[in-house]
Design a protein around this ligand. Structure first.
Ligand code: ADP
Ligand code: ZN
Ligand code: ZN
Length: 735
């Protein structure tokens, strides 16, 4: 029996596939982590070698032979492979697709890892000798050989490409004849790079304590939770630690919820760290992405700055993982491979034996709970660095108050005072567009999406009605589509509406709106941020986007137009989310010398969430919230898996999940609760009916074992062909 290659092929099946080694490569040369092209079905696929086995369950005559091995050396290290295998098991996601997610697009498609620009052609030993006879009849090869003899530092491959004529194939011919060879730029070329432009700050006592705690643990796995309000100097701690790790010749991974929204953070890293930084942002072209990926994999780039999908990027010598704003829900991927980058980062650090630092002004309850259990070490920055004052919170009771477009006269007065002092005001509104509903005064008709169970949102700027769930758009009607009445009213508030109202209140003020609509085009966000920093804007209105990492030093008043929506949601995480959002938005105010005020408009000023948060702070609130979760046996005191099913047929998803729930009950696992099936909160989206089934247990292993068994029986359930299903482990959004 010849040896067998176990290949993870990117298909949605939870298994590897066996192949015989390709004829072109000796099996002894092969190591797990190389890409292999294999015949699959009627086509070919690029898989990853995960193991070499002595035997196969398939008879040897029936095994296909792999076509070729694409890489000389593994692209994934044994630790990378271990991490991906763990993620595949833990998230119950197909191994081939899980591994594929670690590669950049071009590499996934099988493109070469040799980025032309980094290769140089050198003269081989043989080329020094009188070997011209071998190439006498090839004038380009002769010319190239002569050139190589004159350039001991070698010729960059792009220099070859610039020459007229086909010098690339001449080069390849010389390489084949052993007269020349390609060499890569050496790794770790960044060590000892030039001095940074900005000097480090003197750390305060809390920061120094945090830096030394992590530094002491640089050779071992340890998870740290760095808790400090916005402005307390967390980023300074990251920078200091990054420098320490780089000076030891190792790399740093920094993960953020959003990169395009936080250009300031990237700028600070660039100002302070002279070593090459590989940034993964959504605007990268495929080729640039591959270059960044390879730079990290080979150890040529020192720092990775990226969002959740970068967490699997292979690195040559990682020494520290930092994850900023660890509470942010965007670290959880919501479709396809539904992993939590935070949890993967912690696992990766533990496999690598390096520390991981999770930072936040408003840590998630999961992380606080882990800190309490001693799994994470909690580090706290207790005051604002640089001496800025904490903002003052005020609840504005708007019951019975006269409101104009959602703004009470008291809030308007506060804005007026802020403007009079020539300071900036920031208003948070949780929805973009003008208003979330268009209603007819004549008959009560409401504009709804035809394909979703949702109302269409009015967008005045484009004179359109838009569905925020499926993207459907239509022109704003001038008369009711049901009765023809022309008295149509907007209900509720969006950023555009608040913007229009404030423009009427304060005709002199310069007002700007920051949301996904106003920043869609390239450069718009940067221009807006520049205008705010350059004090060319007096009032800024925005959505969640405002809460993410921006520093607005001139803002001294933050108004939260409507906090009530978050207080009475059915999602058990709504309270935590609302509290985090309030604190994050508040963190934008009063950054430098001027103290800030945060004003919350509410009809429920006595609400315990608001009272605790405002009078006692986030930590207190979080402690109360954790106690509630414990009493209700909700995460982090239990573990969840959410099955989702959807189809164009309204009945099939329900029938499928009902059957799945019955199978689950028959497995009689007493420690596991099976809840549902129930329609999803958005029961119809883009014409598809959506249902869900929640499985929950205090015993993680038991839960995962049951999910595995359910996955095995799915093919036996008749409806599985008619629906699309998925399993979401540790769901953060029950949608
Ligand atoms: P965070 O990341 O927690 O929001 P930052 O690191 O951005 O906090 O720090 C907030 C502000 O305080 C920044 O302007 C930063 O330059 C300044 N700062 C941070 N640490 C110090 C320090 N030790 N001494 C003086 N200023 C500091
Ligand atoms: Zn009508
Ligand atoms: Zn829709």
């Amino acid at each position: 029996m010849p040896k067998v290659l176990k290949i993870a092929v990117p298909v949605p099946l939870r298994r590897t596939f066996d192949y015989l080694p390709p004829l072109s490569r000796a099996i002894e040369e092969l190591q797990p982590g190389v890409r292999v092209e294999v015949p699959f079905g009627r086509g070919r696929k690029i898989g990853v070698l995960v193991d070499i086995a002595e035997t196969s369950d398939v008879e040897v005559e029936r095994l296909k032979t792999a076509l070729s091995v694409l890489d000389e050396a593994p692209l994934l290290s044994p630790e990378d492979l271990k991490l991906l295998a763990w993620a595949s098991r833990y998230y119950h996601h197909a191994i081939g697709e899980t591994l594929a997610s670690a590669f950049s697009v071009l590499l996934r498609r099988g493109e070469s890892t040799a980025p032309e620009a980094r290769r140089r052609l050198h003269l081989a030993n043989l080329g020094h000798l009188e070997a011209d006879t071998a190439i006498k009849r090839a004038p380009r090869q002769t010319a190239l050989l002569r050139l190589l003899r004159e350039t001991p530092e070698g010729l960059p491959s792009e220099a070859l490409a610039r020459r007229d004529g086909d010098f690339r194939s001449a080069a390849e011919a010389l390489v084949r004849k052993g007269l020349a060879l390609w060499q890569e730029t050496p790794a770790n070329s960044w060590i000892g790079a030039s001095a940074p432009s900005a000097a480090p700050l003197r750390l305060n006592a809390d920061q120094a304590m945090a830096v030394s705690a992590v530094t002491d643990s640089l050779e071992n796995y340890r998870a740290f939770l760095l808790e400090g309000v916005t402005g307390s100097g967390k980023t300074e701690v990251y920078l200091r630690l990054a420098q320490e790790v780089l000076s030891r010749g190792r790399q740093v991974m920094v993960l953020l919820p959003e990169i395009s929204l936080t250009p300031q953070l990237e700028a600070r890293f660039r100002a302070r760290i002279s070593a090459p930084i590989a940034v993964f942002h959504s605007g990268l072209a495929d080729g640039e992405r591959r270059r960044a990926w390879l730079g990290l994999q080979r150890g040529e780039a020192a720092i990775l700055l990226g969002t959740r999908s970068a967490v699997f990027t292979p690195m040559k010598s990682p020494g520290l993982i930092i994850l900023d704003e660890e509470h942010d829900a965007s670290f959880k991927q919501q479709d396809g491979f539904r992993f939590s980058a935070r949890d993967v980062a912690v696992k990766r650090a533990s496999l690598l034996g390096i520390p991981v630092l999770l930072g936040s002004a408003t840590p998630s309850l999961e992380s606080l709970h882990n800190a309490r259990r001693g799994r994470y070490r909690r580090l706290r920055l207790t005051s604002r660095a640089g001496g800025a004052a904490e903002p003052v919170f005020r609840l504005l009771d708007i019951r019975g108050q006269r409101m104009i477009e959602g703004i009470s006269s008291r809030l308007a007065a506060e804005i007026a005072e802020t403007l009079a002092r020539r300071e900036q005001a920031l208003l948070f509104v949780n929805r973009r567009g003008f208003a979330p509903t268009l209603i007819c005064h004549g008959c009560g008709w409401v504009a709804q999406c035809r394909r979703c169970d949702a109302n269409l949102v009015i967008h005045i700027a484009d004179r359109q009605l838009c569905c925020h769930h499926c993207g459907y758009e239509r022109a704003l009607p001038t008369a009711c589509l049901a009765c023809g009445d022309s008295e149509l009213y907007p209900l509720g508030l969006g950023t555009e509406r608040v913007e229009a109202a404030l423009a009427a209140f304060f005709p002199e003020a310069r007002i700007a709106r920051l949301d996904r609509d106003s920043t869609r085009r390239k450069g718009q966000l940067q221009r807006l941020l520049d205008d705010i920093h350059g004090s060319r804007i007096d009032i800024l209105i925005g959505t969640q986007m405002l809460a993410k990492g921006h520093h607005f030093p001139g803002v001294t008043l933050v108004g939260i137009v409507d906090v009530d929506a978050g207080l009475y949601s059915t999602d058990f995480r709504a309270g935590e989310r609302t509290a985090q959002l309030i604190m994050q938005v508040a963190g934008r105010a009063g950054r430098e010398q001027r103290p800030g005020a945060v004003v919350l408009q509410t009809r429920h000023p006595e609400h315990p969430l608001l009272q605790t948060l405002i009078h006692k702070g986030y930590s207190h609130f979080a402690r109360a919230c954790v106690a509630e979760r414990e009493a209700a046996a909700l995460p982090p005191f239990s573990y969840q898996g959410l099955w989702r099913a959807e189809a164009g047929d309204p009945e099939a998803p329900r029938r499928f999940l009902t059957e799945l729930a019955e199978r689950a009950s028959r497995m009689s696992a007493p420690a596991i609760q099976v809840l549902g099936p129930a329609p999803a909160p958005l029961a119809r989206r883009a014409g598809r009916f959506r249902w869900q089934l929640l499985v929950q247990s205090a015993k993680r292993a038991a839960l995962h074992a049951m999910i595995d068994r359910l996955l095995d029986v799915i093919p036996e359930i008749e409806e599985h062909r008619k629906i699309r299903w998925s399993i979401d482990i540790d769901p953060v959004d029950l949608y």
